[in-house]
Design a binder for this molecule. Structure first.
Ligand code: TRP
Length: 458
């Protein structure tokens, strides 16, 4: 089977697909409000340190495992450690894909709805009135049918791209959408900076306020450095498995991380300059995107255009990420079960959509599963994946290399394609050990907080 396994068409295509996975709702929605609330540049500095140590090393680890085995996570771990329990790390990844995409698809549907509302000028009546915008948003997400319809459309897009294959679907659409995201964000950032008072947004985002940087901010920065580059469930193993042996994996990983970080900051600039220029509340947190921005854009001349640009780029960012999540599931059924791409994608796209329907309904639209573990079903899925499944998956990947596969084997694969760069195995060992230890501490901290009601730090 492996001789006709699909491959990326070019290095650029691979980097854009992998950064398409990385750049998502996490960059455009989560990073700006987290940085805004946790000390601005002080938070960004911590985040950069985390991404350089933990993020970069685990991205490289996943690329190496994928390229070496030319298989998606379950097969990859099985091939490198036959007849051991390590394949369960792969299964954990496939399970995480189900969990994450179920709620990610719901949010993708919300974004699609906001694209339509902004194109049709629907934000105009919300100008300068975040309360009204909040009501509109709440009415929509707690409705029974309409969020489900949008979610189904979002998932259908995702399935359609993947059915078209690695090169003809994922790579092709990443090459179109990633540059568009950057251009649209850059235009919005320039628009924001040239608004009277817009520069106050820049200082809010980039002045270090160390007094606002708490222990909790540090934990947040670490968790985010994981989520934002799609680590811990074998997304990057799967994308790495479509590579031939010509590429420099270190260099590719640096590109993905640099693009991911640059786009997060650009999003922060676009959002906060506009919010400050129009005197809206920058500390709004999670409601920033769906509540504050619609009321803010519609106050600008040409507001329909700016709002539409923003939600279209957010839609593309969400779509390229969702694609990478579904591809993990698709690749598992192709590699391990011999299914066709079309059958695997359509069947499991449908299953995940159905699970997502329950996430959507748990927002208040009907099915009464809101009291599950004291959280809505939507929040349960988010919580399980972000706090446990992804960190555990990432930590086990690092431990796998350190304790099972071995640094020498890892180095041998890493060095292919980077002949002129010297990298010492001692350094790789130290960095992977730090990454595993830091993530282990975060997981421990979370479990401790669950049991004792108070975290060790944060
Ligand atoms: N990185 C994406 C974001 O920032 C989300 C994402 C896509 C993801 N694939 C993933 C997160 C896999 C964890 C694992 O929105």
């Amino acid at each position: 089977m492996s001789q006709n396994r699909e491959q990326w068409g070019s290095k650029l295509g691979f980097i854009l697909a992998a950064s398409g996975s990385a750049v998502g709702i996490g960059n455009i929605w989560k990073y700006p409000h987290m940085a805004g609330q946790n000390g601005g540049a002080a938070f960004t500095l911590v985040y950069l340190a985390c991404i350089l140590v933990v993020g970069l090393s685990i991205v490289i680890a996943e690329f190496v495992i994928g390229r070496k085995t030319q298989l998606s996570p379950v097969g990859a771990f099985e091939q490198l450690a036959p007849s051991t329990n390590w394949k369960w790390v792969g299964f954990l990844g496939v399970a995480s894909a189900f969990v994450i995409l179920s709620f990610y698809g719901v949010v993708g549907g919300w974004v699609l709805k906001y694209v339509i509302v902004s194109i049709t000028g629907g934000f105009n009546e919300l100008a300068g009135d975040p309360d009204a915008a909040g009501k509109v948003f709440n009415t929509f997400i707690t409705d029974t049918w309409s969020p489900i319809i949008y979610q189904v459309f979002f998932m259908a897009f995702c399935v359609w791209v993947i059915v078209n294959g690695v090169k003809g679907g994922i790579e092709k659409w990443s090459k179109i959408m990633m540059p568009l995201i950057v251009v649209l964000l850059a235009v919005l950032a320039v628009r924001g900076m040239t608004l009277p008072g817009g520069m106050k947004g820049i200082s809010f985002l980039f002045n270090p306020r160390f007094e606002d940087l708490t222990a909790n901010s540090i934990v947040l920065a670490l968790g985010h450095s994981f989520f934002t580059v799609s680590l811990g469930m074998g997304t990057m193993i799967t994308y790495g498995s479509y590579l031939n042996r010509k590429q420099n994996l270190l260099n590719s990983a640096v590109w993905v991380i640099a693009l991911d970080t640059a786009i997060a900051m650009l999003a922060g600039i676009a959002i906060f300059t506009t919010v400050f220029a129009l005197g809206a509340n920058p500390a709004e947190g999670p409601g920033l995107i769906f509540v504050v921005l619609p009321s803010v854009f519609s106050q600008l001349a040409g507001g329909t255009l700016w709002g539409t640009m923003f939600f279209v780029l957010l839609f593309m960012a969400a779509l390229t990420s969702a694609i990478s999540i579904l591809e993990v599931v698709t690749a598992y059924f192709i590699d391990q079960k011999g299914w066709s791409r079309k059958k695997a994608t359509i069947q499991f796209g449908a299953v995940i959509t159905v699970v997502g329907v329950f996430c959507s309904l748990s927002m208040g639209g009907g099915v009464n599963i809101t009291e599950f573990l004291g959280m809505t079903f939507f929040d349960v899925m988010d919580y399980l994946s972000a706090k446990y499944m992804l960190p555990i998956g990432g930590m086990l990947t690092a431990i796998f290399i350190l304790r099972k596969w071995g640094i020498p084997n890892f180095m041998a694969e890493l060095k292919i394609g980077m002949e002129d760069t010297n990298i010492s195995s001692g350094l790789v060992q130290i960095v992977l050990t730090i990454a595993a230890a830091v993530v282990a501490f975060i997981i421990f901290n979370e479990v401790y907080a669950e049991i004792f009601g108070k975290a060790l730090i944060g």
